[in-house]
Design a binder for this molecule. Sequence first.
Ligand code: ADP
Ligand code: MG
Length: 291
Amino acid sequence: ATPMSVMVGVGKAAEYGALIRQGDALQTAGKLDLVILDKTGTITEGHPGVTRVHSANGDESRLLALAAGLEQHSEHPLAEAILAKARDENIEPEKVSGFEAINGKGVRGELDGQTVNLGNRRWLEDEGLTLDSLSDAADTITAEAGTPLYLALGDEVLGVIGVADAIKPDSKAAIKRLHHAGIKVMMVTGDVEATARAIASKADIDDYRAEVLPEDKAEVVSEMRGKGYTVAMVGDGINDAPALAAADVGFAIGTGTDVAIESAAITLMRGSLHGVPDAIEISRATVKNIH
Ligand code: ADP
Ligand code: MG
């Protein structure tokens, strides 16, 4: 495209709330044939809530107090859900010390000389805990598209908490527009398989990768580029920054973290996925104009 038509295209995109930070992104956007979406905060609202509290010994207050004690030190969206639930139930968070966040796995602290771990199944099993007695409760949580978070104090498994995040009201319509434009849509998430499957099915996503560690999201992008796709990555979190940078075009959700925004060529100021098909349509129109 000529510099003039690119300027017009960039201006047009801005009207739709898509801020183009790297000039060549507008031209590349028209060639995209695969859009990879992060789940939390991108397809979903990013403000999850607790759906279920299942205590192994019947003491749900204690389970929530310990979980909230850990999460009050965390900045993850999942933490917000657990703290709100504890607040609603007037449960005072336990004073957990030595807090540590384990990226993509969970959170850890100490209470009376014992380790408290709250996180996903794979991580707690790697730590040597047996979670089979909670399988039924966890299955109920994942069937409702929620994420099961297991809590263990020392070697005792205290229960599982379900946290779910609503899909943004317009995510499905935006994904439909991408399909109409001939684009394949994929989701990458650190969440478990069953939860990912439930969300992908609700939002009409063609394919997904679950249990992807934060550092491995960029590898999925590179793998798909290696298969010949021209790839967009859409994300909002610190976790997503390397994947945004690895894509042909990175789209950051404008309400997301600064690191994500700085790593992406395009910022979606309205936080809606519609900004992706908007940018693609504008790009295609811009490029066509000069032929
Ligand atoms: P996503 O890809 O959905 O943004 P993350 O990579 O941040 O997910 O986290 C992956 C998984 O690690 C979560 O689904 C959860 O099981 C666990 N996890 C991460 N952070 C926390 C936390 N603060 N509390 C509990 N579990 C967590
Ligand atoms: Mg996210």
